[in-house]
Design a protein around this ligand. Sequence first.
Ligand code: MN
Length: 142
Amino acid sequence: MSGDGGTPLAKILLVEDNEMNRDMLSRRLVRKGYEVVLACDGQAGVDMAAAEAPDLILMDMSLPALDGWEATRRLKAAPATRHVPVIALTAHAMSGDRDKALEAGCNDYDTKPIDLPRLLGKIESLLGPAATQKDPAPTRTE
Ligand code: MN
């Protein structure tokens, strides 16, 4: 069923335990035209990924129940969810975190606080051109 705003660009599962971060990022993604489903911990994230079949997952790494690394390992081990791109989100720009996220199977990595244009760029490059907004026709200034 499509809403008044037309068909969403894609469905994104946001796994984030911090309520303020979750609300803010989900609102901004919805405003950009994405459908967003939410999970508050790693186990819920794994369950929601199987139930909702999202097109992409944004995974906080520091999560209760299962941390983001273990949740991603499980997602990437399950045939139903292993193809879904995962972008890891962490609060620290530590290089060890990045390597650990990629080793767990994350397809990309970004740090908080979220820089929305930068994150959208990563989302769009993983979803591919079919699932992203078309750029307006280029305007020539000459
Ligand atoms: Mn967290």
